[in-house]
Design a protein around this ligand. Sequence first.
Ligand SMILES: C[S@@+](CC[C@H](N)C(=O)[O-])C[C@H]1O[C@@H](n2cnc3c(N)ncnc32)[C@H](O)[C@@H]1O
Length: 292
Amino acid sequence: MNKIHIPVLLREMLSLLSPKNGGIYVDATFGSGGYSKAILDSADCKIYAIDRDETVIEFYNKLSTEYQGKVELFIDKFSNMKNYLDIKDVDGIVFDLGVSSMQIDQGERGFSFMYNGPLDMRMDKFSHINASTFVNQLYEKEIANIIYDYSGERHSRRIARAIVSARQKKHINTTFELAEIIRSVVFRGKSKIDPATRTFQAIRIWVNDELGELEKGIKAAFELLNKGGRLIIISFHSLEDRIVKRFFQDSESIFPKKFSLLSKKVIKVSEQEVNENPRSRSAKLRAIERVL
Ligand SMILES: C[S@@+](CC[C@H](N)C(=O)[O-])C[C@H]1O[C@@H](n2cnc3c(N)ncnc32)[C@H](O)[C@@H]1O
């Protein structure tokens, strides 16, 4: 069995969601089910869980045996949730964005430059484009722009040039090859961060259309929420957080009576949580409630 993902900001998520008996909740990013389990432990409720990665089924099977009839899983993108969730009155929806530890730590999924693997990075197998498409097929300018736009990498042009020059000699096949190409043109200096970090993040966002997914997912969630229903979103980088913040602020002006922020300020991870789980470092939580 895969190693389990440590849920981030779990206590904060639960206290803002405040699950109630008889409630209906959507866990839009099931992963290894850490959030779903915590919600089911805190109230006698029903959960519709979603994940685009079919490998989460092993965790779902375990949870659904423990909580018979209380949890149902859909393998799909959360942007499609309105198509198959035949429900309207949802009391709470939770998004815990990005990738899970299981995905990062399986070298063969190609998410990490720490492990050698194929250039894949797809969260699901439905898509025909992957990290190899990005590296081996896009124009140099597209590569540079996407790396810059999705990660703020200052050396995006230099990296794009190096990728195109390397692929003219030989098809780029693995995460280690790509990481070496990036390191050959970006000097690490005293930074603790590997020069490949930002580029890998940008490619992952592009491959999975993560920002488009988030926008569509939030819109769907707004429509499904019951009066009094709550939407909690945990994001992991500034591009995601900016989208969440904008939607939450605009929702108040577009539907002045309908939604209200549950916390005016963004909620960040405590020092203790970062020490216990360094991967939680950049997490930010925002929450909103439908009031009318
Ligand atoms: C950070 S993990 C969630 C961990 C989960 N909260 C837990 O406690 O185990 C993110 C999960 O969301 C899934 N995911 C990311 N984007 C998605 C999308 N657009 N639609 C459906 N699932 C998505 C990923 O496949 C991954 O399993």
